[in-house]
Design a protein. Structure first.
Lengths: 131, 715
């Protein structure tokens, strides 16, 4: 199982990760297209991103969300009808959407933001337990 | 598939704009003609869509004297301008209308499943089916290719669960394609009974089976088979979030996500619909004396705990996966009992998926028949669905028949040997199997309560007055499953309806009886104006009513009018505007409904019905018919005698007290009628006035002509 992990104590809130994510997947500079969102609480930086918990899989109204062989929760764009139910149902608030995109998007633990982080505050954890 | 194609029709699917294709499809199954009609701006402005379009077409297709089985009668269906959107819960409804075999006036029924939305995405805002075929037909629409085929049945199964699977398998290219198919059909009982219903399918990719929702009320399935239509099939691949080509996707997304979050956070704390659907209310109804038991004699029973929601959750209903009847519905109320083994009938021993049980099923097929066995209820549920039987009419009619049996009004000889004591689920199931086979006493029950009354009196010597009191129908349609003797407003909510007593127009019991929010006649009349109009709107737009108030925002209780759920009303206003580009407000929303509501009432008047004389309920709806009923609530009734009538109950016999109650309650209902008609802008005879039609912008010449003819007749 692959999960993106964030080290709060190291993060400086530069938000390079957001930019890298939005650019890689949507060729945008707008952070609203990023699957990781950094928020500042009194200079402590919190990262909102998918924990791969899979709560969205069973609630999906078009059976479009699945867990891949590495344990990453993914959206099948061909099956998704863009209802955004999963966005409202995500306990982590880490399923995102944009009005000009037909389907929602989420972190798939791809490593792009990890490489973009100058502080090393992000890493991909791989657990041996395959779900 | 080697069915003979009798007619092929190619078309270019119209593109949607702001929720409409502005095209409707007309098919005459008698002469196999197919026609594309334009939907006018007047239709959109005055009738909105859905049930509005249906009624408009039905009016122009039929004559005042048209009977349900005349060739000109139609089945009309339409999804409405909001139908098929995916971002808000309950947006996949199809509205179906026709002249009813039960009532002889227009019936409308609101159904889930994929047919309506896929029909719209195939280019058609509405579908009219007219004429009568001499051989069984399948009508197939391919919305991607722009192709309509009328095919001759080659021995397809009669019952829904088999027919749906077969047709879905045939028309789908592979397993993934099955979600793009929806079938409308009925079952083997429909040709033999008057309350045959329509099943609308959707394919469940998790269970890998066809699921069904029902356009149940009023005998639409009976009409389908009378026309010899075996099934309608639509195929459309490519459902996406903005096929409606809406004016403002941003607003729709925002409201949709907000609502989904509400569902995620609050459903478990409120009604638990995601776990057990509408059956969640069985326990509440039993607690508040509202669960109709043994033909509405009582409002509950100690044994009802055996059919409480938790029993179904623990033992039968699959948990934790999506159960919506259209994409995007997070309410997810369409539950199932999977791998359910049948113990009777032609499918005995087979394991099936039962769609349900919904509240009406548990209350009607359970408590109202005295059946407190969850297994039996699910088996009855399955057979009602697959045979194409409206389970509300079936349950309410059979509850009446069982009471007739218990009171000696009919006997074993009359029933063909069937013991119809309350609680005998074996007999209940046998009646259903008889309906399917078209034989025995089941066919008589299948004629509905109104005709059963007549048959029992004329052929079996039953007491007409008693039967009139205990047969729970108005206008020929059976009541939905709520005991409501202590709620005057709900008595009106059932009887003062356009199509007959159902739970689609108004549900005021809690407001009235429990929370005492509408004490005066004017208050009740206001509620019987606002709620039927508001709830009609769902049917104009292609929406489900449940997401409106089966969950409410966390702060709803602090609003001015919690019963209306103001935030959700605003959601609907905003979504309507965001789809259509119009700018209605909550008052115009009501006005939109009011136009169609009045149109439907005048439609009934045009057919020689729709007046005060036909709005009277049976006395069982208003108060205690029998001594046992009085005694079961003696304390409450005696208190009323003392407080309302200023008489000492100790000095009166039960008969005298029952008479006092009856006179009072019937009088109260008359006053309610006066107040409601006045509030609705109708005459004291319950007919809309020309002035009122003008004030709501519905003074169409064809309506005024009907009013004039009616007035002249009255003179």
């Amino acid at each position: 199982m692959k999960i993106l992990a964030h080290k709060q104590e190291i993060c400086t809130g530069c938000r390079n990760c957001e930019e890298a994510c939005a650019d890689f997947y949507f060729k945008r500079t707008d952070r609203n297209y990023s699957s990781i969102r950094i928020t500042n609480n009194d200079n402590t930086f919190h990262a909102t991103k998918c924990t791969q918990c899979g709560e969205c899989i069973n609630m999906c109204t078009s059976n479009a969300i699945y867990r891949d062989r590495l344990g990453v929760v993914r959206i099948d764009k061909n099956k998704c009808v863009g209802c955004l139910g999963c966005v409202g149902f995500c306990s982590e608030l880490s399923m995102f959407y944009a009005d000009d995109l037909p389907v929602p998007f989420k972190c798939v633990a791809c490593n792009v933001c990890v490489k973009a982080c100058p502080e090393g505050a992000l890493e991909i954890l791989v657990s041996k337990v395959k779900e | 598939m080697a069915r003979k194609i009798l007619k092929s029709y190619e078309y270019k699917p119209a593109k949607l704009n702001r929720g409409y294709t502005r095209k409707s499809l007309y098919i005459n199954v008698g002469d196999l003609s197919v026609q594309a009609k334009d939907i006018s701006q007047m239709m959109i402005d005055k009738f909105v869509g859905g049930k509005g379009f249906d009624l408009y077409y039905l009016w122009h297709a039929t004559l005042p004297e048209t009977k349900w089985d005349d060739p000109e009668n139609e089945i009309v269906m339409s999804a409405g301008p909001l139908g098929g959107m995916t971002q808000y819960s309950g947006t996949g409804k199809t509205l179906v209308c026709g002249i009813s075999p039960m009532t002889g006036i227009p019936i409308d029924s609101n159904v889930g499943g994929y047919y309506g939305p896929l029909l719209k995405f195939s280019g058609w805002d509405a579908l009219e089916l007219q004429g009568k075929s001499d051989k069984d037909l399948v009508i197939f629409i391919d919305g991607n290719k722009g192709l309509i085929q009328i095919e001759e049945d080659d021995g397809l199964p009669e019952d829904t669960h088999l027919l749906n699977e077969k047709l879905t398998e045939e028309y789908a290219e592979d397993e993934d394609d099955k979600v793009n198919i929806s079938v409308v059909c009925t079952g083997s009982a429909a040709p033999h009974i008057r309350f045959g219903m329509l099943n609308f399918s959707f394919y469940d990719p998790r269970r890998k089976t066809c699921r069904v929702k029902q356009a149940a009320r009023g005998g639409l399935g009976t009409i389908l088979r009378d026309k010899k239509i075996k099934a309608l099939v639509v195929k459309f691949k490519g459902v996406k979030p903005n096929l409606n080509d809406v004016a403002d996707i941003s607003t729709i997304n925002k409201i949709g996500v907000k609502y989904a979050k509400e569902m995620h956070d609050l459903d478990q704390k409120q009604n638990g619909i995601r776990k057990i659907g509408t059956a969640n209310t069985v326990a509440i109804m039993n607690k508040y004396d509202l669960l109709p038991t043994r033909n509405f004699q009582a409002g509950g029973d100690p044994e009802a705990v055996k059919i409480y929601p938790q029993v179904f959750i623990d033992n039968f209903i699959t948990q934790g996966i999506h159960d919506g009847c259209w994409y995007g519905c997070t309410m997810s109320c369409a539950k199932t009992a999977d791998h359910f083994k049948l113990l009777t009938g032609p499918y005995k021993g087979q394991c099936v998926t039962v769609d349900g049980p919904e509240y009406e099923c548990v209350a009607g097929l359970g408590a109202n028949l005295g059946v407190f066995d969850p297994r039996a209820i699910l088996e009855e549920n399955f057979y009602c669905d697959t045979y194409g039987v409206d389970l509300i009419s079936f349950a309410t009619c059979l509850a009446f028949v069982m009471e007739c049996f218990e009171r000696g009004q009919i006997n074993l000889e009359n029933t063909g040997g069937l013991d119809l004591h309350f609680g005998n689920s074996e007999s209940v199931l046998e009646i259903l199997h008889q309906m399917s086979r078209g034989e025995g006493f089941g066919v008589i029950v299948g004629q509905g309560t109104r005709r059963c009354k007549q048959i029992f009196v004329e052929k079996f010597g039953a007491d007409p007055k008693l039967l009139q009191d205990i047969g729970m129908e108005v206008k020929g349609l059976e009541y939905a499953e709520y005991c409501h003797k202590e709620s005057l407003a709900q008595q009106g909510g059932f009887a003062l309806t356009n199509k007959g007593p159902q739970h689609d127009e108004a549900w005021l019991i809690f407001m009235d009886q429990v929370n005492k929010q509408i004490p005066s006649f004017e208050d009740k009349a206001d509620a019987l104006y606002y709620y039927p109009m508001f709830r009609t709107w769902f049917g104009l737009c292609g929406l489900c009513k449940l997401p409106w108030n089966d969950i409410v925002p966390a702060d709803n209780g602090k609003t001015d009018d919690p019963a209306k759920v103001p935030e959700h009303v605003q959601n609907y206003v905003d979504i309507f505007n965001a789809v259509t580009g119009k700018s209605i407000d909550k008052d115009e929303l009501i006005r939109q409904s009011e136009r169609v509501y009045n149109f439907q009432r005048v439609f009934s008047v045009r057919m020689g019905h729709g007046t005060r004389a036909e709005d009277y309920p049976p006395y069982r709806s208003l108060g205690p018919v029998s001594k046992e009923e009085y005694l079961s609530r003696q304390e409450m009734y005696d208190k009323q005698i003392r407080e309302v009538h200023g008489k000492d109950p100790e000095s009166l016999s039960i008969e005298e007290k029952m008479l006092i109650q009856r006179k009072h309650r019937e009088n109260q209902f008359e006053k309610l009628m006066d107040a409601v008609y006045k509030r609705r802008g109708w005459t004291n005879e319950g007919v809309p006035t020309a002035e009122h039609l003008a004030s709501i912008g519905m003074d169409l010449p064809e309506l005024l002509e009907v009013l004039e003819t009616h007035e002249n007749k009255e003179k």
